[in-house]
Write a protein of this length. Sequence first.
Length: 156
Amino acid sequence: MQIEPPRFWVDADSFPGKAKDLLLKVAAKKALKVIYVANRDIPFSIQSPLFQMIVCPSKAGAADDYIADNALGSDIIATRDIPLAARLVEKGCHVINDRGIHFDKKTVEKRLKERNLSMQMQALGLHKGYSHENYGGKELDAFGKCLDTLLSSMGI
């Protein structure tokens, strides 16, 4: 019986272009399937028959629900969305973000608490929220190292 290689799922609406490009290069080199999921069409910077775009309805959470419903435990999901990461970790998936974090139950729990606190502070006008606008070489390097480490641990 042949074991299916993992698929990359990308919560693509807000994932940085540089991180998407790096993931596509790695996937193309290793002949792994990539599935972008978003509420709008997002073009691939590299073309391959292994790459697929899923456009979901424009309702809140539609892309997240699609990924959570269709990803398998052996799959790798790249997302910035902490509640989605928690759902996928619970399902047994490998979840990473664009800044080099590989989520497990402990890290995702911590991030959920931080997110909730930040949202409470924001509601009180004490905090403006977390910004992902500053995404540069340091963050991209951390993402690349995380991706490489994860794939190596999976024997890929």
